[in-house]
Design a protein around this ligand. Sequence first.
Ligand code: MN
Length: 258
Amino acid sequence: MRILLTNDDGIHAEGLRALYRRFSGEHEVLVVAPDRERSAVGHSITLHKPLRCDRVTLEAGVCGYAVNGTPADCVKLAVLELMAPPPDLVLSGINPGANIGFNVNYSGTVCAAREAGYYGIPAVAVSMPGDGAPYADDAAAFLEQVVRHMETHPLPRGIVLNINIPHLPFHDIEGVDITRLEMHPFEERFERRMDPRNRAYYWQGCERRNTFSGPDTDAAALAQNRISITPIRCDLTDQESLARLKAWRCQPDGGHGE
Ligand code: MN
């Protein structure tokens, strides 16, 4: 297979190297990743400045492209320009830090996979709570198994996988759950502080909740030291609401002509 590797932590991040080590033996792998950390940029793209794409050496004999843009830019550039034809698979990660619940919308890691899904390319985002590094090779080995399943049982177009792997050696992981997003996995808050000029500033943060909306969520799986696999849809349309909204029968003139 021809595989595009990317992330939101920058081209020199350890998680990306772990994916490279695991997949470059059997596959044709190209790395196109941000030239610096771009975590939490979500699905943003760069429109108001040119994108530069520098060939960099990752380690002996391994080159990749460092892009001065976002993870979604990297996938777009790889798919439309750098790789012809487009890759068979896009892998994004391994992100240090979980990407669960509504936060997948903020995650550059997940949105890189969604960008691939938009082009109909199978894609997986992989994250690990904590700093991720010590067990990145175990996570990459698990991912290889998922990729084999995707080859034999392809997902529908526009569906990508979001995987979170506990920060543990694989023999301490309790199992694998297929999950839905826990929509409120964090207690969010702002810390209000004062700057030296006595003006307030705000720093946002959050703490993981330990209550869940059900046992079948990504957050609940991680809390039980289980791997979470969530299928994510790129098309944001809510099909179930279409009929209800059509019944509104809105008119261009605001309904005043009735
Ligand atoms: Mn990140």
